[in-house]
Ligand binder design. Structure first.
Ligand code: NAP
Ligand code: MG
Length: 402
């Protein structure tokens, strides 16, 4: 079989620990034999981030802006322990945070649904994608621990010095205070990313906040979404046969529980943090969750939702057998390859991505899986494979379908 040719390179962001090991195996076993892989390689492994003073992360994000599609391996976000472990010059920022700041995107997380790994919610038949606004609110808040009685006010000073004041509370005793913000430009990006992603994946879009209580803050989110929808997306949605609707967050939660799935649920930053963990664990496993960062001007960065699986890596270093699930990382690659195929009009590449995903799902559905899934599957007597064994089993399935 002749290898599939690519036109534009994919931005390849390599990473750390166990996922770096899986990354190499996936390329060698599942991609390079079938595709003339064209990537622009950036090594985001912690050693190289340290050696380049993290410039490599910035370069990789800028390359994503240039080419449009990236695939990223999980990376270590350094903390105190990592400073010592890797003798770091500085506690470098989270690469995902850096990339997000440059691409200005929204994160979409979707569970990979397979027979045999059943969602806890019985009526969920199709995946539910969570779109999380990744800027502001309580994540960028200022807080005060109020020591005792006193008056708390919200003050905005305009550039010309004009002050706007709002009484928060007359404290009779001790308490707590919080001030948070968001910006029109970030909410606009969030809305556009959501509308574009809904069109791209042909799924309905739900958005929910608590605008009945938060009549200015949350209501602004609601208004911006509605204005942009009416102005730029209404007709496109009609043409695609999909809908956008807004409801209250508590109503959305109730509806999500009763729904079949197959839609995108857009959430403000905090709601998205909490709800995406709920949705992903109810669907089965973090190792079966894909994640894509979509920027408002149409750049895509695909990755797995889980981390570098440190505990497994230390076992691997000791020469012990590991059974690490590579599904989300495989799907990061297929997502990126399919998108590249779509943008460059290479049907063979899109078809390959479909087939690799199908082969991965079929492998699990035939009872061959890694340990994390074997522990939760409803399939009887599953065959537990090690990290490499699972990837080889997927290769077998893939070759049957090519
Ligand atoms: P983690 O790597 O997601 O792993 C936590 C635990 O979840 C693992 O110990 C393992 O459980 C299970 N698990 C996760 N992915 C799995 C997989 N593919 N197959 C099988 N089991 C899996 O999170 P962490 O240990 O908290 O973080 C490790 C490093 O990853 C940290 O340095 C963190 O900064 C980084 N991180 C990166 C990203 C990213 O790049 N997007 C995201 C999150 C965390 P058992 O040990 O019980 O088997
Ligand atoms: Mg969380």
């Amino acid at each position: 079989m002749e290898k599939i040719k690519m036109i534009t390179p994919l931005v390849e962001m390599d990473g750390d620990e166990m996922t770096r090991i899986l990354w190499k195996m996936i390329k060698e076993e599942l991609l390079s034999p079938f595709i003339d892989l064209k990537t622009e390689y950036y090594d985001l492994g912690l050693e190289n981030r340290d050696a380049t003073n993290d410039q490599v992360t910035v370069d990789s994000a800028n390359a994503t802006k240039k080419y449009g599609v990236a695939v990223k391996c999980a990376t270590i976000t350094p903390n105190g322990a990592r400073m010592t472990e890797y003798h770091l010059k500085e506690m470098w920022k989270s690469p995902n945070g850096t990339i997000r700041a440059i691409l200005d995107g929204t994160v979409f997380r979707t569970p990979i649904v397979v027979k045999g790994i059943e969602p806890c919610v019985k009526n969920w038949k199709k995946p539910i994608t969570l779109a999380r606004h990744a800027y502001g609110d309580v994540y960028k808040a200022s807080e005060i621990k109020v020591p005792g009685a006193g008056k708390a006010e919200l003050v905005f000073t305009a550039e010309d010095g004009t002050e706007t004041r709002e009484l928060i509370h007359e404290f009779k005793g001790a308490g707590v205070l919080q001030g948070m913000h968001n910006t029109e430009s970030s909410i606009t990006s969030f809305a556009k990313s959501c509308f574009n992603y809904a069109l791209d994946t042909k799924q309905d879009l739900w958005f929910a906040t608590k605008d009945t209580i938060s009549k200015k803050y949350d209501h602004t989110f609601k208004d911006i979404f509605q204005e942009i929808f009416d102005r730029e997306y209404k007709e496109k949605f009609e043409k695609a046969g999909i809908t956008y609707f807004y409801t209250l967050i508590d109503d959305a939660v109730a509806r999500v529980m009763k729904a079949e799935g197959g839609f995108i649920w857009a959430c403000k930053n905090y709601d998205g943090d909490v709800m995406s963990d709920m949705v992903s664990s109810a669907f089965g496993s973090l190792a079966m969750m894909t994640s894509v960062l979509v920027s408002p001007d149409g750049n895509f960065e695909y990755e797995a939702a889980h981390g570098t699986v440190q505990r497994h890596y230390y076992k691997y270093l000791k020469g012990e057998e590991t059974s690490t699930n590579s599904v989300a990382t495989i799907f990061a690659w297929t997502g990126a390859l399919r998108k590249r195929g779509e943008l460059d009009q290479i049907p063979a590449l899109m078809e390959f991505a479909d087939k690799l995903e199908a082969a991965t799902v079929k492998t699990i559905e035939s009872g061959r899986m890694t340990k994390d899934l074997a522990l939760i599957t409803s399939i009887e007597n599953p065959e537990v494979l090690n990290s490499e064994g699972f990837i080889k089993a997927v290769r077998e399935e893939l070759e049957k379908s090519l």
